[in-house]
Design a protein around this ligand. Sequence first.
Ligand code: BGC
Length: 509
Amino acid sequence: MKRAEIHTKAEKKFTIMLFFGLLVLSATASASSCPIDPTFPSCFKLGASTAAYQIEGAWNVSDKSVSIWDNFTHRVPRVTVDNSTGDIACDSYNLWQRDVEMAAEMGLDYYRFSISWPRLLPKGYDYYVSKDGAEYYNNLINGLLERGIEPVVTLYHWDLPDILQQLGGWTNPLTADWFANYARIVFDLYGDRVKTWITINEPIVVCDAAYAAGYTAPGIKEPYSGVFVCTKNVLLGHAKAWRIYDKEFRHLYEGKVSISNHMIWFEPKTKADEALNELAMQYINGRYAHAIYSEEGGWPSSLEKYMAEYSAKQGYPRSRLPVFTEYEKTLVRGTFDFIAVNYYTTKLIRPAREGEVVSDLFVSGIPDLNAVMESPPTATYGYSTLMSIYPKGLRRILGWLKDTYGDHEMMLTENGFSSSGSELNDQERIDFIRNHLEQLLLAMKVDHVNVSGYTHWSLMDNFEWLDGYTSKFGLYEVNFTDPMRERTPRASANYYSKIIKQRKLDICC
Ligand code: BGC
């Protein structure tokens, strides 16, 4: 018995030594094979995102009024590739409890969704608040909080009340005030429970895709001045909403407010294209960022100069880029509590060759700069060929933002992969998430960019704008032929959930 005990003790000692020896060995091995420590800081949050028009349906329920997307999809024949609308979409107006459950199943830290302005304020103005609309978002917010999921709320994801579009929409400067009034109602209703706010999602789509290209609602192609007037009004609308929060709500609720910009990372095709590349960065990214984040405010100076000269060359008596008064500059400057970035793609920039026409913004390039956009040769693709996938661009755009505007908190508010089929075993999306999170970790740990969160687009398949239901972005598959819109987790949902639980990326195992 005694011998056995001694033997056991010695064995135990050996086993313990072996265990620690192996631990040291494996730590050394993984440290040498791992490009980076794959753990996320404890305060880093992981979430997923959707938007009202893309998921809610219930387009004419109760006193909700028509949005510009309702109008666009109903009015313009074949505007979406499958002739579909968001009339029912994922039916989240009725199935929101399942959405909350999905967020809980994955263990999301937060769920980013948007409020439909025409559902909450059917008249567009703040003198009438829909009881049903207010209750819908109230239930959703409470449902999330009950499951320990933080609500991150976007006020405007492209669904303007159509009545305001009839009055000029974002090309009418008063829309900035109407938006700010709407924001005050929302802050007042939900500010006690919502601590992270996005005013406007991707102004580049609100203005450039809608007015320069005419692709998205309201689909008014007026690339000469409409797009730039819109740009300025959207910036003013955001700033007015931020200032309302700052003055009237911050001391009560201590939340944070920003604007989500769709940022494209550009690289020059050749060394000779560097100046054009810098201009493209300012045209696409700086135009929506500089006025808010820079110390001096207003338009980026290189773009302002270029547009003044180019407008004169085109025969316009004044710059197509409207003037920012000193008052307006001060109003917009500094209206952010963190920098919110949606990142999907990287493009190479080169000048158009002789005879080559840059006709369509985004599709072929930037017409105003006579610049052609190409995909990086090593890029890969999902369903959308426009969005070439290049994860390294994420690290670079974050680095650029830090270098250009200073060391601020940043949050990735969208990043996602599109597929065409309904397959549940979506290995490509898993790789996409891993590769982008790896670049995010590099940005954080090597470049010391202060990133506080990553938001995957999207929680589930939904109405993908002009692609209707043909393009799938979901961690959950949605069966759109089922009246109950059954939602099923894809392999990527399980993968994402595992990453969230472990707080560690699987890059060095
Ligand atoms: C938009 C989403 C859209 C996603 C994929 C983002 O730019 O904010 O609404 O579904 O891209 O196209």
